[in-house]
Each structure stands twice: as C-alpha cells, then as structure tokens.
Design a binder for this molecule. Structure first.
Ligand code: SF4
Length: 472
C-alpha cells in the first residue's frame, strides 16, 4: 500500500500533509488486508488470504456456479484487448477459470480434511453447484442433521447465573433516585435498577424545541419563584390585575433563566418567546384553581427532607407544602404531563408513589400535625386542574374524599396503607430485586420507559410466545 502511495508522486502534484494523509487513509480503506491477531483455533479468511496456507481442517464455503469461477471484471479504463493479450487479472473468463481451477486444487490439498460447500438457494432463487468441485465426492446433508443452533447448544458448557438481583443496599444507606426510585420499583423493578443505580438513559430523541424535562424544570422554577414572593392565599387574592401580571412576569423570567443561555441560543427566538407565553398562561390558570381553596399559607417550596423506610434512606423534595389556616398540611406536587387520578393510586403495586412518600415524610417530620390533603397540580396547556385526595372537604374542596378512592376508614388508615405498600417496595430495593416484571395494568410502563434495548423485554415475550421449548 505504501508503494502504491509513493507511486502517486509520479502523477500527482505536490500536496499538503493533510491531503497526503487523506490519500493514505483512502488507500488503507480500499486495500484488502488480513488483520493481525492472536493465533485463533478457527480463522475466517478470504479466498486470496487463505490460498497457499496449510490447515488442520479446511471448509471452503460459497462454491456456487455463479460465484466460482468469479465473473471477469476487466479494468474499464484500459483497452480490453490490451488486457487480454497480457493476461491481466479479471480480464477474461478463460483467465478466471484457470485461476479458479488453480485455487481450488490448492485448497483441496491444504488440509487432511477439506469440505467444499455450496448454498442451495439465495432467497427464493435456486443456485447450482460450481462445476469445479463436482469432481470431489459428495456427502449430502443427512435428513436428521442438526442445525447449527442445536450443535452450538449441544457443545456448550452452560453456567447458571441469577440476573434479577442487584447488589443489596447497606441498611440505612441513601438509595439513589429518591422518590422516583420507589415509583420506578413499583412500575418495574428492572427499570428502577437500570435507571437509578446503573444510570441508564434512553437514547435521546431528536428534538426541534425544548424537551419535556426542560419544560418541567422551567415550570417548577416559575411556580417556586411565584410562591416565594406571594406567600399565601390572602396575598394572592389581594393582587390587582397589574400586580398579578408583574408577579407572573417576574416568576416566568426566573423560570426561563433556569436553562443556560447557551441552550437558549441554540433555539430559535420564537421558542423562547412561545415558552414564556405558555408558562405564563398555565400559571395564570393554576392560580385560578388556587383561589378557590380555603385559606392557606405556603410553608415550604422545593423543600428537601429525608425519609427512612424499611431500612433504606430516601432523599425527597416536596414541590410545595401549605399550612392550612384551620390546621394541618396540604402537599402539592407539580406535573407538567398527565397525572394519575387518585382512584388509580391504590393498586397492589401503587401508582403515584411519590405522593405517598411525601405524605409519610411530612408526617415523620411533624408527627403532631396531620396531612389533610395531597394533590397533583396537573399543568398541561390544554387542561390545568388539581387531582388528589383530602381528609375532609374543608381541607380542599374539589379533591376526592377518602371514601371515594378506596376502603380507608380515615386518613390514618390511608397513611398506614402507604407505609406498608411503599415499605414493601423499599424492602425490594434494599434487597436489590431487579427482575423484568413491568406492571401489567394499563397504562403499562413499557410504553414510555424506552429502556427496551437494555431489559430486552421483547425477546422474553417473543420466547414466551413460542412456548416452553423455545424458552429453554
Ligand atoms: S421497557 Fe418495560 S420491562 Fe423494560 S425496563 Fe422498562 S418497564 Fe421494565
């Protein structure tokens, strides 16, 4: 290859280093070579690489009539007659036939055992055997011959490993992922382990604008900023139109600033302007929901705390905790996508585990003050509403009452259910349970998870569909 490269000097003009390296790289790309490697018991070689070598055993595959001898392929830039007079490689059918005869004879004597084989068909097209190997004795494949899959399986030494367990989490240690880890464990134990302990992420989808995550970040920061300045319902109600607009505008600017300027510069200006309008509109709609509530003051915004549950420690962050004027707490969690309604929360593997964890964390932090309401603020552009459950109508009219969502005698029974069911999930996490068992009830978590390349759920389902034999 280097000789060929040096020969360019006779015809090519003087070139720069970069051009020379480009040409060398191009030559390397098109030059056939045999990679240097360790002495392997089985080598797969091309015709020219294998010709002239000796082997312990040799299998020459692909000897169909249409490929062996190869078709002539004269150089299109040189006169055909000139090539044939000089017997240039690939210049004529006669030369290719002689070449193939020579190579075939060499292969036939290159090992004590030599097998020539020819494919029977290429797709739907039947193929015939090359006449150059017809002289050798034929050994047709037996009717009961095993396929290569069975042969490989039969010769394998199998080792059994348990692959549904991650390392245990030391008692009391902080588990990664906080409340989202528990929610994932409830959705699918493998998803929880992959996403929060292996930090696996789906392949990023190409986006023309902001991602859902970025939108959520802006919305959360906007709401936090708003309630850090307007601290209670009375202050909200007292704002006239201009003052309210000024508060919203300032909060939205604060929210928008959460994304670095380099990210905004990568987007068209219209995206930034459109996002500001969208967030302001959603915030305004949500404040209308808040105005219909009984008196409250905001006690915590993005409040961090820890929850110890069944031997593991979880870092949790509550979007908002309100102190109700007539006593007790209301917890609000912001959702910029669709939220599950409270009737769906209390399945055997709980949905919306975060709200249960927030309730337990708040209860543990202030054992003498009851939590009386917990709600999602569903903040979608087409619908803004509160979805949740209240211990009594006075706490938050408009939320479901306990009797409507499950067989709970009172709020203490609800908290006890959460402590038991979320505690069981925390135990699973601590033990490292990570089997691929997504929740079977609709909507199944696989629809939005996007970790299929890692968990290979489709392969498992495919094998299940084939039956026990295939699974084995
Ligand atoms: S795709 Fe389904 S099975 Fe796979 S990790 Fe996600 S939820 Fe679990």
């Amino acid at each position: 290859m280097l000789n060929e490269f040096a020969a360019l000097g006779a015809v090519a003009p003087r070139c720069s280093n970069a051009t020379a390296i480009d040409r060398l790289r191009e030559l390397a790309r098109v030059t056939v070579f045999q990679p240097e490697g360790a002495a392997a018991p089985i080598q797969i070689l091309g015709v020219l690489e294998g010709s002239g070598l000796g082997f312990a055993a040799l299998w020459v595959a692909g000897m169909s009539a249409e490929r062996w001898p190869p078709a002539p392929a004269p150089n299109p830039l040189l006169p055909l007659r000139w090539q044939r007079e000089r017997n240039v490689p690939r210049s004529s059918a006669q030369r290719e036939l002689e070449f193939a005869r020579t190579i075939t004879a060499r292969f036939a004597s290159a090992a004590p055992t030599v097998v020539f084989s020819s494919p029977v068909r290429d797709g739907d097209r039947p193929l015939s055997v090359s006449s150059l190997i017809l002289a050798y004795p034929e050994h047709p494949t037996g009717a009961n011959a095993q396929g290569w899959v069975q042969l490989v399986q039969g010769s394998a030494t199998l080792e059994t490993i348990r692959d549904d367990r991650a390392p245990v989490i030391a008692p009391g240690a902080v588990a990664p992922g906080g409340s989202r880890l528990v929610q994932s464990q409830s959705d699918c134990p493998f998803q929880a382990m992959a996403r929060h302990r292996l930090r696996a992420q789906p392949w990023p989808a190409p986006l023309a604008g902001l991602s859902a995550q970025e939108r959520g970040l802006i919305m959360h920061a906007t709401l936090a900023s708003f309630w850090e300045s307007v601290r209670d319902l009375a202050s909200l109600v007292a704002l006239d139109g201009d003052m309210l607009d000024a508060h919203i505008d300032r909060a939205v600017r604060q929210g928008i600033s959460q994304l670095p300027s380099v990210r905004w510069r990568s987007l068209p200006e219209v995206v930034r302007a459109g996002e500001a309008v969208r967030v302001a509109t959603v915030l305004d709609a949500w404040l209308a929901v808040e105005r219909a509530r009984p008196a409250f003051s905001v006690s915590g915004v993005e409040a961090k705390t820890v929850l110890r549950l069944s031997g593991i420690t979880l870092d949790v962050r509550l979007d908002r905790v309100d102190a109700l004027a007539d006593g007790g707490w209301a917890i609000v969690d912001y959702k910029t996508g669709r939220a599950d309604g409270p009737r769906q929360w209390f399945e055997p593997r709980p949905r919306s585990a975060q709200l249960g964890l927030y309730t337990l964390a708040q209860r543990d932090a202030t054992p003498d003050v009851p939590v009386r309401a917990i709600a999602y603020a569903e903040l979608c552009p087409d619908e803004v509403r509160a979805l949740g459950v209240a211990a009594d109508t006075a706490a938050w009219p408009g939320l479901k009452e306990l009797a409507e969502v499950g067989a709970f005698e009172d709020w203490n029974a609800l908290e006890a259910w959460w402590r038991t069911s979320l505690g069981a999930l925390a135990t699973e996490i601590g033990e490292g349970r990570a089997n691929v068992t997504p929740r079977a009830t609709h909507p199944i978590p696989c629809r939005t998870c996007r970790l299929q390349p890692l968990c290979r759920i489709q392969s498992t389902r495919f094998l299940d569909a084939l039956g026990d034999d295939a699974s084995e």
